[in-house]
Design a protein around this ligand. Structure first.
Ligand code: PLP
Length: 340
């Protein structure tokens, strides 16, 4: 029986669900993994995750489609990205096939927490892994846990997506060079000061430029940029140092194959931003979040689509991708993973 939660008034906070999943790595191998009910973890004070931040994560959603199926969106890509994050942090790879099995088991076990179609809410899925044994000399752990928990989250926008104001940040997004593509707490830890400072200055988000030259657009703390030119082309930054967003990759495909738009993935000089007709942030949480204004050290760049609502092209992209996700529009082969 579905839980009696006020789905459309849920926020984005942690709500404990009944089950989680854990697989242990020891002596060079992962065990078979299992569902558990305990939501706490007890580890050595000297665990590698605490001392040297050896941990990474993923984020995706389960939701109910228009015809009542519980599905996730392209989870194989999250599994693949987590393999890459693990490699860069010298952690053993948890195979992407097992990733998909693991999240499937947890969602199935917590299916009463999956919000109904039309509520705008979803069951957020958080896979993560960490080095668990005591390590004081700097080296990778030899024991690990790969885990998944879920938490129901409310609609990202209540009453329509309002464009936000962002500022060009003097801080860099990622920790050391070459870790921008790693989805991990280390990059988020480095962004906490910058986002707190942005909020104090009255901005919703930071636009990070490339750390080496500060001339090209990278991303925000947790979402990639997409832009629409005045002639209707979708432009998105190409960079080795941004997180490869699955939402972005999906939007590029939708733009090209569903909406017959021209798409360009290429370096985007910051100076070009003032010429775009629409700007948005994309990621699993909001799909697309419109940007209305960009503040570059006091110089305001107002995006022509304005501060009232999402621009028309981004809105069409948003409607098409969410239509595919919710089962209202036919999905490309392999995009929708049914939990049954
Ligand atoms: C997760 C994340 C994104 C968005 O990726 P999606 O796969 O679309 O959710 C973008 N940037 C950063 C830094 C991220 O961690």
């Amino acid at each position: 029986m579905a839980k009696d939660l006020d789905w459309s008034n849920l926020g984005f906070g942690y709500v404990k669900t009944d089950y989680r999943y854990v697989s242990y790595y020891k002596d060079g191998a992962w065990d078979n993994g299992q569902l558990i009910t305990d939501d706490t973890i007890t580890l050595s004070e000297c665990a590698c995750v605490f001392q040297y931040a050896q941990t990474c994560f993923e984020g995706l959603k389960a939701y109910t489609t228009i015809d009542g199926r519980i599905v996730t969106f392209r989870p194989d890509l999250n599994g693949e990205r987590m393999e890459n994050s693990a490699r860069r942090l010298s952690m053993p790879v948890f195979p992407k096939e097992r990733f998909v099995e693991g999240i499937t088991e947890v969602v199935k076990a917590n299916k009463d927490f999956v919000p109904p179609y039309g509520s705008g809410a979803s069951l957020y899925i958080r896979p993560f892994m960490m080095g668990t044994n005591a390590v004081i000399g700097v080296k990778p752990a030899t024991e690990y846990q790969w885990r998944v928990f879920t938490t129901p989250v409310g609609p990202y926008f209540k009453g329509g997506a309002k464009p936000i104001t962002i500022r060009v940040s003097d801080f860099d997004r990622a920790a050391p060079k070459g870790t921008g593509h790693v989805k991990a707490g280390l990059n988020y830890a480095m962004s906490l000061y910058a986002i707190t400072d942005a909020h104090q200055q009255g901005f919703d988000e930071n636009m990070y430029l490339d750390a080496a030259t500060r001339t090209h657009v990278e991303e925000t703390g947790g979402a990639n940029f997409i832009f629409i030119t005045k002639d209707g082309t979708l432009v998105t930054p190409k960079s080795e140092t941004i997180l490869p967003s699955i939402t972005r990759r999906s939007l590029l495909y939708v733009a090209e194959h569903y909406l017959n738009m021209k798409v360009e993935e290429r370096p985007v000089p910051f100076e070009e931003v003032a010429d775009f007709a629409e700007a948005g942030l994309c990621g699993t949480a909001a799909v697309i979040s419109p940007v209305g204004k960009i503040n570059d050290h006091g110089r305001e760049i107002c995006i022509p689509s304005g501060m009232d609502k999402m621009g028309p092209v981004l809105q069409e992209l948003y409607d098409t991708l969410t239509g595919i996700q919710m089962g209202r529009i036919d999905a490309p082969e392999g995009w929708i993973h049914e939990i049954k």
